[in-house]
Design a protein around this ligand. Structure first.
Ligand code: GDP
Length: 295
C-alpha cells in the first residue's frame, strides 16, 4: 500500500536518524523531501503545503525529549501530523436511533459501490446488526443481479427490485421491507454514472428525502487520486456526505486520495476496501495508516 510514498519517506527519515543533532537547515531539507514525496503521491498541493508548514512549526519549536533522538522526534511529529491529516481517530458509523436505519451508498460507476454494499452488509452482520440490501440502481440491471447474488452468498435479505421500478418507489418501500425481513439497517445501493451530472445528483437528493439515511457514504476509487477528492467534494456539496469508503487500496494507489480527502472536503474516511473478496473491508484507522506509510 502506497509503496512509493513509503519508500521515499523512509529514505528521508533514515537519513535524519543518522544525525546526532539536527539543525533547522537539516529539518527544512528533510521536509522539502517529504513535500516532494507527498506531491508525487498525488496529494493535493495545498494540503501538502499546509502539512509541511505545520510539521515545520512543531519540529523547530519542539521541546527536547530525552528518550528520543532529534531524528526520531521529527518522525514522531510527522506521524502525528499524518494521523491528524487523515482525521485523527477512526469514525464509526452512526446507526443510533429507531431502526431501521438507512445507509446510502453513492459514487461513480466502477468505484466498487455494489461490491462494497456486500462487504458492508457482511461487516454489519458480523458486528451483530441485521442488514438488508436495497438495490436502487435500476439503470444497470446487472447491479441488481449482483446484489441478489451477494445477498444469497451472505444470507442477507435483498429487496426484489426490478429495472422497471423507479428508484424513488424502491426507496419508499425499503423501510417496510426492512421490517418484514426483520432487518435493522437498510443498505441502499444507488445508481452511479461515468461522470458527475445534475440528473444523478437530483435523484440522490430525492432518495435522501425519502430515506432520511443516517449515513450517506461515498464509495470512491483510491486509484483515481485527486479525481477521487474532487468527486468527494462534488457529492458532499450536493447531498452532504457523512463519510467516504476508499476502495482498491490493495492496488497501486499512490496515497493522494487517502491523504487529501479529509483535509479538502471535511469528510472522514470510514472504511477502506483492500481486495475484491467480501471480507476485504477494513475500518479506517488514521494512526495505523500513518504507521503503515512511515514503516
Ligand atoms: P460499481 O460500478 O461501483 O458498483 O462497482 P463494482 O462493485 O461492480 O466494482 C467494480 C470492480 O472493482 C469490480 O471488479 C470489483 O471486484 C472491484 N473492486 C471493488 N472494490 C475493490 C477493492 O477494494 N479492491 C480491488 N482490488 N477491487 C475492488
Amino acid at each position: 500500500m502506497f509503496d512509493s510514498l513509503s519508500t521515499k519517506l523512509q529514505k528521508v527519515f533514515r537519513h535524519l536518524k543518522g544525525y546526532g543533532k539536527l539543525t533547522e537547515q537539516n529539518i527544512q531539507d528533510a521536509l522539502r523531501e517529504v513535500r516532494l514525496a507527498l506531491l508525487e503521491a498525488d496529494v493535493h498541493y495545498k494540503v501538502a503545503k499546509d502539512f509541511i508548514a505545520k510539521v515545520a512549526e512543531r519540529a523547530v519549536g519542539q521541546e527536547v525529549m530525552r528518550s528520543l533522538t532529534p531524528g526520531q522526534q521529527v518522525i514522531k511529529i510527522v506521524h502525528e501530523s499524518l494521523t491528524e491529516l487523515m482525521g485523527g481517530t477512526a469514525m464509526p458509523l452512526d446507526l443510533s436511533g429507531k431502526p431501521p436505519q438507512g445507509i446510502m451508498l453513492v459514487g461513480l460507476q466502477g468505484s466498487g459501490k455494489t461490491t462494497t454494499a456486500g462487504k458492508l452488509a457482511r461487516h454489519l452482520s458480523k458486528s451483530g446488526r441485521k442488514p438488508c440490501l436495497i438495490p436502487a440502481d435500476v439503470y444497470r440491471p446487472a447491479a441488481i443481479d449482483q446484489l441478489i447474488t451477494l445477498g444469497r452468498q451472505l444470507n442477507i435479505p435483498v429487496y426484489a427490485a426490478s429495472s422497471r421500478d423507479k428508484p424513488e418507489e424502491i426507496a419508499a418501500s425499503a423501510a417496510a421491507f426492512a421490517k418484514e425481513s426483520q432487518s435493522d439497517v437498510m443498505l441502499v445501493d444507488t445508481a452511479g454514472r461515468l461522470h458527475i451530472d445534475t440528473e444523478l445528483m437530483d435523484e440522490l437528493k430525492r432518495l435522501k428525502n425519502i430515506l432520511h439515511p443516517k449515513e450517506i457514504l461515498l464509495v470512491a476509487d483510491a486509484m483515481t487520486g485527486q479525481d477521487a477528492v474532487q468527486v468527494a467534494g462534488a457529492f458532499h456539496d450536493a447531498v452532504g456526505l457523512t463519510g467516504v469508503i476508499l476502495t482498491k487500496l490493495d492496488g497501486d494507489a499512490r496515497g493522494g486520495a487517502a491523504l487529501s480527502i479529509k483535509a479538502v472536503t471535511g469528510c472522514p474516511i470510514k472504511f477502506v476496501g483492500v481486495g475484491e473478496k467480501l471480507d476485504a473491508l477494513e475500518v479506517f484507522h488514521p494512526d495505523r495508516m500513518s504507521s503503515r506509510i512511515l514503516g
